[in-house]
Design a protein around this ligand. Structure first.
Ligand code: NAP
Length: 315
């Protein structure tokens, strides 16, 4: 049944001249991984080809401006809800896939499963899926839907690695918070939440992509630090030298925010419901994890929120 090597010992452990990496979108995560990949010694040594799926001409232009080394034919414009786009994306010798699902869409699992099926048919050698920390926290529909995709991947007879990132530090507007003197959050500012620097995730992703043999069939929880938003605001005050207070949005304000976020992205109820449920979940339970796996993979301590704020503010 298996048409591609499946066990760890069967698959090559480094990029080679035939390596051709597909990024299935160009959101925040993929941009960080692309940045890290293009700057990595593994890329410099073998120059794997790269293809990126983007949703629109506008996204294509912004990708080309951000990554001038990418050749024009590296960009494929299309809607990943279309099977024909998924099929075209993996065609032509793709060897590695880095997949991130578009968030808060009911088709998220289907899109992931289509990429897995088409990747296997096309003979892809390694599939990296950026999921989310604790997909079993099923009360959050954006976590639960990743369980279906992860389960499918585990049974897909395709060499794979699952990365399970926690909440990104990049979700916060550091400069704007310093200007306004407040770090706003939709949920409790007293519950411990997750803080992960996407640059750390990207460093891990490059290691994983460049060494499938080492990381095949693994799933890694990528958790940076647990902080309350009160603690995060205090750290931001220290780093910036300006007073910053943490503020939880009122319930009505938060619900309006969820609705507007959904509408601005062309989505409606599912997106707004999912976002509102995630907010309620974090309000009650926060999001805690352990940073050992991330530290082991990085070979150093994860980036702290203070270090991240200094980097963003240039101080
Ligand atoms: N934010 C967090 O803290 C966090 C933590 C853990 C996991 N996650 C997961 O990470 C994923 C989101 O990743 P991200 O934050 O890197 O993404 P993002 O910045 O939200 O960007 C999503 C990308 O997907 C593209 N896209 C959306 N629908 C598409 C379609 N139908 N066809 C083609 N492209 C499409 C968008 O393009 P356009 O903008 O052009 O539409 C955009 O480039 C979600 O699954 C989320 O659950 C997020």
């Amino acid at each position: 049944m298996a048409s591609v090597p499946y066990t760890t010992t069967d698959i090559p452990s480094a990029f080679d001249p035939s390596s051709f990496i597909l990024f299935t979108n160009v959101g925040k995560t993929c941009r960080h991984v692309l940045t890290a990949l293009l700057a990595s010694p593994q890329y410099a040594a073998k120059h794997p080809r790269i293809r990126v799926v983007v949703h629109s001409e506008g996204s294509a232009a912004s990708l080309r401006a951000a990554f001038p080394p990418l050749p024009a034919d590296a960009v494929l414009i299309g809607d990943v809800r279309e099977l024909s786009v998924v099929r075209a994306a993996v065609a032509g010798g793709i060897t590695h896939v880095f997949h991130v699902g578009p968030e808060f869409t009911p088709l998220e699992a289907t899109i992931g499963i289509n990429f897995m099926d088409e990747a296997r048919t096309a003979g892809v050698r390694f599939f990296v899926f950026a999921s989310a920390l604790h997909p079993f926290r099923r009360k959050m529909i954006n976590h639960r839907i990743k369980l279906d995709a992860e389960e499918y991947l585990a049974e897909a007879r395709l060499p794979y690695c699952v990365l399970q990132p926690s909440d990104h530090m990049q979700n916060n507007d550091v400069k704007g918070s310093v200007e306004k003197g407040e770090l706003v959050q939709l949920y409790s500012v007293e519950e411990k939440e997750a803080f992960l620097d996407l640059a750390d995730l990207a460093e891990v992703a490059v290691k994983v992509l460049a060494s499938p043999g080492e990381h095949n069939l693994a799933r890694y929880e990528l958790f940076g630090y647990a902080l309350t938003y009160k603690e995060a605001a205090e750290a931001l005050s220290r780093v910036s030298g300006k007073p910053v207070q943490a503020r939880k949005l009122q319930r009505e304000e938060a619900l309006v925010y969820c609705e507007e976020r959904a509408r601005s992205r062309g989505e409606r109820e599912y997106h707004a419901n999912g976002f509102a449920m995630m907010t309620a979940y974090n309000d009650r339970w926060g999001l805690l994890g352990n940073s050992n796996v991330l530290r082991w993979l990085l070979g150093r301590k994860p980036t702290t929120w203070e270090q991240y704020c200094k980097r963003v503010l240039g101080v």
